[in-house]
Design a protein around this ligand. Structure first.
Ligand SMILES: C[S@@+](CC[C@H](N)C(=O)[O-])C[C@H]1O[C@@H](n2cnc3c(N)ncnc32)[C@H](O)[C@@H]1O
Length: 461
């Protein structure tokens, strides 16, 4: 049965928050089926879109079950789980039996239901995974079903949205792709201001230690002479004053070679210039965590470079760094707070002008042109807005992160942590809309509505 007032019918597999749904809703599509196994997201999908989503897609276990449960549709969308192909995961790909084979489920549904079009989304690494063989397998399998297939990668910042988040999009059509052109990538700069809401209060205070670490690095920037180009390598304060070996030998190598004395009586210093005239157990604590792992007998070249560059930088700048060390005592901070990445070369050195993010690799300071890519953030990794951006240092709110995904019009999970996680997994609705309106030839009413504007997409329940 066709729903007459709607232009076309679509299904949203691995639906999450419903980024595909929001985009296709804008094009007057009608969602007729969704699948999402995570209970909070499943319940939220009902609230936002009025659809009782199917649970585990693996339960669509045979052609017959698919035919019975998945309604006829014109467009299939799926952001199939990306961990098996992500650089951050173990890259098992199709061999990951729990998640990697879900592509085959998408394939089964396409084979049984034969919608005219599909749009699939995944991490860009899927294009390089297994030396390109994963991409070739996906395309070949889809072509065998009769689809013309193309793939391209896009990031929201290429659509005027202040988030860098590269993702691969596969499109397919049973009617060829002669009519289809990928949207153009815009090059003009973006500004995080476009998603900030000045009337909101962040629900969660920034921990005291984090604020102090920001102040500490703010003071470091302020003290640095204007004529000095700040390092583009990560600044590792624990290397200031350290002289332990790292080129031909490592601390672990010395501990293995001199089991009684270790680094004692060698005239060497640990992190922040601490004495190493102590037991081996104590020496381990006085060597930075990036250099004290047991059995680590040879550091990779990048690590050697960072250690050498930091030590040279310190020696050349002791006149202003020593008073900074004496005032702030960075050795009393968590070790990740002892590192800073300055990604704002050439800008005025006021830390409150920037977007800040506490990462395991240190405090990242970046220009307010884009937000860090939304990932399934832990609470400590949520971007912090400097005081000059919003009046007071605060975390970006889930509502602002939703704007980065062009999902500003839907209800989010009640817990902030769940909301950040779901937004980090979601597809950007504007990018999907831009692709879909060029792909769904003959299904959408007019091509004159092609998206160039920046107004937020709104979902209709
Ligand atoms: C990469 S996210 C896709 C997010 C979605 N496109 C959006 O805009 O929010 C993958 C989603 O698939 C869900 N998922 C993973 N395995 C599943 C399965 N076997 N059946 C149903 N849903 C699954 C996850 O809970 C997650 O929400």
């Amino acid at each position: 049965m066709r729903i007459s007032s709607k232009a076309f019918r679509f299904v949203d597999l691995f639906a999450g928050l419903g980024g595909f749904h929001v985009a296709l809703d804008e094009l007057e599509g009608s969602g007729v089926f969704a699948a999402e196994w995570e209970p909070t997201l499943k319940a939220l999908y009902k609230v936002n879109f009025g659809i009782d989503a199917w649970g585990d897609l693996n339960d669509l276990g045979s052609d017959e079950i698919i035919a019975r449960n998945v309604p006829d549709h014109d467009v299939l969308t799926a952001g199939f789980p990306c961990q098996p192909f992500s650089k951050a995961g173990d890259q098992l790909g199709f061999k990951d039996t729990s998640q990697g084979n879900l592509f085959f489920k998408v394939h089964d549904i396409l084979r049984v239901k034969r919608p005219r079009y599909f749009i699939l989304e995944n991490v860009p690494n899927i294009l390089k995974h297994d030396g390109g063989r994963t991409k070739t397998t996906i395309i070949r399998m889809l072509e065998k079903l009769g689809y013309s297939v193309d793939v391209e990668h896009f990031s929201p910042h290429e659509f005027g949205i202040p988030q860098v988040r590269d993702r691969a999009y596969f499109v397919g059509s049973l009617e060829g792709l002669d009519h289809f052109e990928w949207p153009a990538k815009r090059k003009d700069p973006t500004e995080i201001h476009s998603v900030l809401r000045h009337d909101v209060l962040s629900r969660r205070a920034i921990p005291e230690q984090t604020l102090r670490a920001i102040d500490m690095w703010g003071d470091f920037l302020r003290r640095s002479p204007a004529a000095l180009k700040l390092p583009s390598f990560p600044i590792w304060a624990m290397e200031f004053g350290a002289t332990y070996p790292y080129e031909d030998e490592t601390p672990s190598g010395v501990w293995a070679r001199r089991p009684g004395w270790g680094l004692r009586q060698m005239g060497l210093k640990g992190s922040f210039g601490q004495s190493l005239e102590c037991t081996i157990e104590e020496q381990v604590k006085r060597i930075p965590s990036h250099a004290n792992r047991a059995g680590d007998f040879c550091f990779p070249q990048w690590k050697r470079n960072f250690i050498r560059q930091n030590r040279e930088f310190y020696q050349a700048n002791r006149s202003w760094i020593d008073p900074w060390l004496a005032q702030w005592k960075p050795q009393d901070f968590y070790s990740s707070f002892q590192k800073m990445e300055w990604n704002a070369q050439g800008e005025a050195r006021d830390i409150d002008n920037f977007v800040l993010q506490m990462r395991a690799s240190g405090l990242r300071v970046k220009r307010p042109t884009t937000s860090p890519s939304l990932i399934a953030f832990t609470e400590t990794q949520v971007p912090i807005l400097g005081a000059n951006l919003t009046g007071k240092r605060r975390y970006m709110t889930p509502a602002e992160c939703a704007e980065l995904q062009c999902l500003g019009g839907i209800q989010l999970p009640a817990s902030d942590l769940d909301a950040y996680k779901a937004l980090g997994n979601a597809v950007n609705a504007r990018v999907v809309k831009a692709i879909a309106e060029r792909l769904l030839h003959g299904l959408i009413r007019s091509t004159s509505t092609i998206t160039h504007d920046l107004e937020p997409l709104r979902a209709t329940a």
